[in-house]
Structure formats: structure tokens, C-alpha cells
Design a protein around this ligand. Structure first.
Ligand code: MG
Length: 177
């Protein structure tokens, strides 16, 4: 399939819990965690976790198109989230290596995104609507006040899918072209 007509923003921001993987890593995961194979981790309760099925394909597509990838999570346990991202692989590399910036902390994701934009020196691109946030929590829609397109992940059994990804890229392009 050709992607010639597909438009991408400068940066794509991903929430983690229930966007990239089906759990809350601060309440469902019991440390220590180990790698079971390159796509699955297992915690000390024998709970197994992988990315939602289309996540690897989506991240690889963004890398191929030189899109900046940012993680933004309110989790109370960033260390667990980082460990999961270090153990799960994307394109034969720890997933964490593919994130240009990871932002943590409670409160509005406006702060996460502003910090990442500053850190990566893409503040103007943020102002110009060159960011999309994929997130399962509708309260994070407040990022639209700083010109970020909010892409809502509604079904926690499926998480981020290729269908949602493509649909939201189109919506973003319609809004900002
Ligand atoms: Mg979430």
C-alpha cells in the first residue's frame, strides 16, 4: 500500500495505559517484571502484558516517516512504565529507544506536551497544530486548547488500532491543512 497521500504531523504523542497496552501499570503490575519474549513481559503475579496488536506497525510507520514520537503518561509509577518499554521490543529494539521524549506526572497533559516540545525544540510546530495526542481518557481533550489534535481511544479491549490511527491522521489533516 502506498502512503504517498498520507500526511503526518511533526509529532505524535502517545498515552501509555489503555492506549499502547491493556493495563494500568501502577495498579496491575507487580514488580519485578521480566521479559517472556520480545513482545511479552510477565510480572511477579504471572500477569502477562504485550502492546495492543497494531502498536508495533504504527510506531514503525512513524519512524519510517521521521515523525517525532513522544510518550505522555500520568502514571504514578514511571519506573514500571519505563521498564515495560525497555523490555518490549519494536522492530527488534527496546521500544523505549523509539521515543524522542517521555513525559510523566499528574495533571493536565498540556504540561507534558509543552515540556516535550521545549525539550525537542519544536515549540513553533506545536503552535502550528503539528501535534496529535492518542489517549483513552477524554479528560485529556483539554490539549486542544494548545492546538493539539485529540484522538480518543474508546475501546480498551482494542486500544490503539491501525484503523483509529489512519482515521485520526485524516481528521487532523482536514482540520489543519
Ligand atoms: Mg491511558
Amino acid at each position: 500500500m502506498s502512503n504517498t497521500n498520507k500526511r503526518y504531523p511533526k509529532a505524535v504523542v502517545f498515552d501509555l495505559d489503555y492506549t499502547l497496552w491493556p493495563c494500568w501499570c501502577d495498579t496491575h503490575i507487580y514488580t519485578p517484571i521480566k521479559s517472556l519474549n520480545n513482545s511479552t513481559i510477565i510480572d511477579s503475579n504471572k500477569f502477562k502484558l504485550s502492546f495492543y496488536k497494531d502498536v508495533e506497525k504504527i510506531i514503525l510507520e512513524l519512524i519510517e516517516n521521521n515523525i517525532i514520537i513522544i510518550g505522555a503518561s500520568r502514571t504514578a509509577t514511571p519506573s514500571v512504565a519505563k521498564k515495560i518499554l525497555s523490555l518490549l521490543e519494536i522492530g527488534d529494539e527496546p521500544a523505549i529507544n523509539h521515543f524522542d521524549s517521555l513525559q510523566w506526572g499528574q495533571g493536565t497533559k498540556i504540561n507534558h506536551i509543552r515540556k516535550a516540545a521545549k525539550e525537542l525544540d519544536i515549540v513553533d510546530e506545536l503552535k502550528n497544530g503539528e501535534f496529535i495526542l492518542f489517549d483513552d481518557e477524554s479528560r485529556n481533550k483539554d490539549v486542544e486548547s494548545i492546538n493539539v489534535h485529540f484522538a480518543h481511544i474508546k475501546d480498551e479491549s482494542r486500544g490503539l488500532t491501525m484503523e483509529i490511527f489512519n482515521k485520526e491522521l485524516k481528521k487532523w489533516h482536514e482540520k489543519y491543512k
